[in-house]
Write a protein that binds this ligand. Structure first.
Ligand code: G
Ligand code: G
Ligand code: MN
Length: 467
């Protein structure tokens, strides 16, 4: 007998049903592990939240993120990663935890939803347990693969909360878990969400501000202890945003560094500063802060050259301020550029001295012209009896190496007198001048000039009296 072709016979109902089940499973499950996928996990959580309404559901979501997978991929293979993920899923499924749904959130994260864990202590305990369980070495052939699992915990505390928010919060908690010193599991902290929002806002603002040139340079004077004369100004960047107000450099510089905007910002800063300083009397210098990131951009020397040329500002009046952090990544690369800057005629100052690593090796590996003692040492004069000895040691060390010393952050006359007695060369700080915009500089320069002239005249008249 000739069998009719399946198409003529019509589809078998049983086959259709099993195909439907198979497709449903495909759309709601992760193929690697057989766990529910992220979407299905969220849907299940939303169902539980809805069931509990109008009361909030007392439940916990733990996101477990696996670190070290790409390293395993680099050394072994993708297959090894697949095996790790499968074995971890098995471990989670076998974990002695009741009333839970386990899902695969993404390629390196699992989600464990605990229906009835409302107690934060219990939630954190479970997170610790699960992270430890996943952090145990994983067999792969005759090898043992080492990975690390960290956990972020969030709880459904508000009636209106939905699964996506819960997952978002667990993800934010992971940020804290990944920081060094963290035990590897932590709770969602609303401050994390605010910090993430602020960071995102700042990235947008800094981007816009670079485009629209919203940055402004202000200038803080520094003086010679010996003569009382104005020596020059340090240029400091400010960002006044029409909507967000004043944003301090401690906030926007790191953002610019992380997003590679620092190079454009730095280039603008150097040129704008040189253009301003070119109008000052020629005995005054200007100091510019260089970010470590600028030394790794590959364009720094060209930018400085370009700025000096375009503004006709002489390099010998430009002080380049760097911090010890600049040397952390690639000393050779930094030293070669510092030497080139010196070759052009710039002076190099080591800023914030004492706060970084204060490795003395920097002091003999590179001929700094100036060392700037961080203001925390100056302020320590008010609180600790050891401060003068430490300050004296730093000043003596610099003097013996032929490096001049500036004390930063001088706010009181007591601090000023102490540093003068310790033989410091230059002073900078609120006591003798706050950072001010360029339109106010002419007044400061003139005032200092007439005071100096007054002192000289007084000396002359004394000499006449003696005669
Ligand atoms: O000026 P203020 O105290 O707000 O500066 C805070 C920090 O930001 C200081 O460490 C200072 O060196 C740094 N800073 C200020 N202006 C600049 C700048 O133009 N470039 C770089 N790289 N850092 C700056
Ligand atoms: O890191 P750097 O030395 O570049 O930092 C310079 C910053 O220090 C300036 O932007 C300025 O706002 C701040 N500053 C300058 N003088 C004083 C001071 O006397 N007291 C305090 N608290 N900060 C100061
Ligand atoms: Mn500085």
């Amino acid at each position: 007998m000739i069998q009719p072709a399946p198409s003529e016979q019509g589809p078998d109902l049983h086959e259709v049903n099993s195909l439907r089940v198979h497709l449903q499973r495909l759309s709601s499950h992760d193929q690697d592990t057989g766990l529910v996928n992220c979407e299905a996990l969220l849907a299940a959580i939303n169902t539980e939240i809805a069931k509990a309404r109008p009361r909030p559901l007392g439940a916990t979501l733990i996101e477990i993120r696996i670190r070290g997978l790409s390293r395993i991929g680099e050394v072994y293979s993708r297959k090894a990663i697949g095996s790790v993920i499968r074995q971890l899923a098995e471990r989670l499924e076998l974990a002695p935890i009741k009333n839970r749904i386990i899902g695969r959130i993404d390629h390196k994260s699992f989600g464990v939803f605990l229906y009835d864990v409302a107690d934060p202590v219990l939630a954190l305990q479970s997170a610790k347990q699960l992270a430890a369980l996943c952090s145990r070495p994983i067999p792969w052939g005759d090898q043992s693969l080492v990975i690390e699992a960290i956990a972020g915990v969030a709880q459904t505390t508000e009636a209106g909360q939905d699964a996506a928010t819960l997952l978002h919060h667990a993800g934010l908690a992971l940020r804290a878990s990944s920081e060094s010193g963290s035990p590897g599991y932590s709770f969602f902290d609303p401050a994390e969400a605010r910090a993430a929002k602020r960071r995102n806002d700042l990235i947008t603002i800094v981007n816009q501000a670079v485009e629209q040139k919203l940055f402004e340079m202000v200038y803080q004077p520094f003086f010679s202890f010996k003569t009382g004369k104005l020596m020059g100004f340090e240029a400091l960047m400010r960002l006044r945003h029409p909507e967000f107000g004043n944003i301090p450099p401690n906030e926007f510089i790191p953002i610019a560094e992380e997003t590679s905007l620092i190079s454009r910002l730095g280039a603008w800063c150097i040129e704008d500063t040189c253009r301003t300083a070119a109008e000052w009397p020629s005995h005054l210098v200007v100091a510019v802060n260089f970010s470590p990131a600028q030394f790794y951009s590959g364009t720094l020397l060209a930018e400085v050259n370009h700025a000096l040329e375009r503004t006709q500002f002489p390099a010998y009046r430009l002080d380049v301020e760097i911090t010890e952090g600049t040397f952390l990544k690639d000393q050779e690369l930094v030293l070669s550029q510092l030497n080139a800057l010196r070759g052009m005629g710039c002076s190099i100052a080591l800023d914030d001295f004492g706060t970084g690593y204060s490795s003395l090796s920097y002091l003999w590996q590179f001929p700094f012209s100036k060392l700037k003692i961080d203001r925390s040492f100056v302020h320590a004069l008010d609180t600790t009896a050891k401060a003068p000895s430490i300050l004296k040691s730093i000043i003596d060390l610099s003097r013996n190496l032929g490096i001049e010393v500036t004390a930063e952050g001088i706010e009181t006359s007591e601090q000023m007198l102490a540093l003068r007695n310790l033989n410091c060369d230059y002073l900078q700080g609120f006591l003798c001048g706050r950072p001010t915009s360029k339109s106010n500089l002419a007044a400061i320069i003139l005032k200092n000039f007439s005071e100096t002239l007054g002192q000289e005249n007084a000396k002359l008249s004394k000499i006449r009296v003696i005669r």
